[in-house]
Design a protein around this ligand. Structure first.
Ligand SMILES: *Cc1c(COP(=O)(O)O)cnc(C)c1O
Length: 291
């Protein structure tokens, strides 16, 4: 079992929120583990248990060169005594960046694959090729999103978020796995708002519904206007906002949590949240390479 540290809930004070009597809170889930932090802890939890149960000694997964999932999987594998293999999209660039050199220092074997190969990574032929090349392994998909990851995030929602009884729960969306978990784990009147960090993020609605299988939930929606140009793209407005938040002791990253918290401020300014609401932002992590 990975170590889990209980995480605090802290308020964000701002005049914008005072006007409409909003309580804005942040669940600092980024502090749940010093290396396998944020939503990645919950996405990996049942996957690690399953890999152990099946007697695997190697984890194999995919990601881009800046992937928080690669970072977390490499750390979790070392912590739990697995070997690990990371298939990284694109060409190898030396020196390795912080994410990849950390992964390598955890013993992760890195293999760089072309963008075309990477796109085909879910085909049966490619998986077969991987088996003949690397032998037996427990496969974790890109971003760590699979049914067990969704189950982990649902457990997070039930154990840590439901008792807080907030009107709104907000989080950034990459693949949608974490959002699907929160949606299935939270019942009752709490509304979940996902902030896609990719451009044209409405396709993620279908992805999230797929992860939710045949159940239909109406406790969630996506706000697709806060992508700031697309995945890992940023603007001076966003960077300035992150800088301001840093000064009030809330560290955010420009890929995920910065965009979500910016979105919450903007929605509050526009009167989206009814007066008196409590809004909880999930700090999903992503700080390990920027501090
Ligand atoms: C991976 C990641 C996400 C996205 O999670 P999904 O389950 O893919 O939607 C959000 N925030 C941070 C900090 C992440 O590292």
């Amino acid at each position: 079992m990975l170590q889990y540290n209980e995480t605090p809930v802290i308020p964000i004070e701002n005049d914008i929120f005072k006007v409409s009597k909003l309580t804005i809170l942040v669940k600092r889930e980024d502090q749940n583990h010093h290396l396998v932090s944020g939503n990645k802890w919950w996405k990996l939890k049942y996957n690690l248990e399953e890999a152990q149960r099946l007697g695997h000694d190697t984890l194999l997964t995919f990601g881009g060169a800046f992937s928080n999932h690669i970072f977390a999987t490499a750390a979790a594998a070392r912590d739990q005594g697995f070997k690990s293999i990371g298939l990284i999209r694109g060409e190898k660039i030396l020196p390795l960046n912080t994410t990849l050199s950390f992964a390598e220092s955890c013993g992760m074997q890195l293999h760089f694959i072309s963008r075309t190969e990477y796109r085909n990574k879910t085909t049966p032929e490619f998986k077969e090729e991987l088996r003949s090349r690397f032998g037996n392994f427990y496969l974790i998909p890109e971003g760590g999103t699979n049914a067990l990851a969704v189950r982990g995030c649902a457990a997070f929602a039930k154990e840590k978020i439901a008792p807080l009884k907030c009107n709104y729960v907000c989080l950034p969306v990459g693949t949608g796995g974490t959002t699907a978990g929160l949606v299935s784990g939270l019942s009752g009147p709490t509304q979940i708002i996902g902030f896609p960090v990719l451009k044209n993020g409405s396709f993620l609605e279908e992805e999230i519904k797929t992860h939710l299988k045949h159940f239909s939930f109406c406790n969630w929606h996506l706000q697709t206007e806060y992508h700031f140009g697309g995945y890992a793209k940023t603007t001076s407005v966003l960077l300035e906002f992150i800088h301001e938040m840093e000064k009030s002791n809330l560290p955010l990253d420009p890929v995920y949590t910065g965009k979500m918290v910016y979105g919450i401020f903007d929605l509050a300014r526009k009167g989206f949240f009814p007066s008196g609401s409590t809004v909880l932002a999930i700090h999903t992590g992503g700080l390990q390479t920027i501090q």
